[in-house]
Ligand binder design. Structure first.
Ligand code: HEC
Length: 155
């Protein structure tokens, strides 16, 4: 009987721990208004574009790459749950997202996942202060952004 009690307690502790882990998983807090979701994702993307421009300036000047790490972390965080920013009801409206975003989720997710390697590489190049390697690594990231845009973003 004591044994049973102990295992019940452990199970409860495990379940609680699991619950806490699930609750702290990085979910995306966004409302349900489609126009607002579109505005938020476009605002976020504009910020990503600004990060890329700021880093292009560093690359061009062969400047200190270490301050770029913060920008790269912001980009990694934004794109971690990027697909969640395209719920089905945000297909129409003030958006340049093509219908294929919503019909080819697998391809869209692949184009998104393709960012991970180049971003991780850029981060380590930036953190190491390798100003000669920074430009090419940044270009690879930009190419991956562009690959998704060609397929999934209208003009
Ligand atoms: C998986 C696909 C995908 C990837 C990867 C991607 N984008 Fe985009 N991007 C889109 C889509 C779709 C839109 C159109 C969003 C809309 O209008 O609702 C967009 C729009 C934009 C815009 C225009 C925002 C506006 O409305 O003014 C910018 C800037 C942008 N992306 C920057 C980037 C940068 C920088 C990267 C790489 C670090 C990137 N994107 C990677 C899909 C992607």
């Amino acid at each position: 009987m004591p044994r049973f009690t102990i295992s019940r307690l452990s199970l409860t502790a495990l379940a609680l721990a699991a619950g806490i882990v699930a609750m702290s998983a990085p979910g995306l807090a966004q409302g349900t208004d489609p126009a607002q979701i579109i505005r938020d994702r476009r605002d976020g993307l504009k910020t990503m574009g600004a990060h890329m421009e700021a880093m292009a300036a560093i690359a061009q000047a062969r400047g200190d790459t270490r301050p770029a790490v913060e920008r790269i972390d912001a980009i990694i965080a934004f794109f971690a749950n990027f697909a969640d920013r395209f719920p089905a009801n945000t297909q129409a409206g003030e958006t340049r997202a093509l219908p294929v975003v919503f019909t080819d989720r697998a391809g869209f997710t692949t184009a998104l996942t393709n960012l991970n390697g180049p971003l991780a590489n850029l981060r380590s190049v930036a953190a190491s202060g390798d100003s000669a390697g920074f430009g090419p690594a940044l270009q690879t990231v930009g190419g991956t952004c562009g690959a998704c845009h060609r397929a999934y973003r209208g003009r």
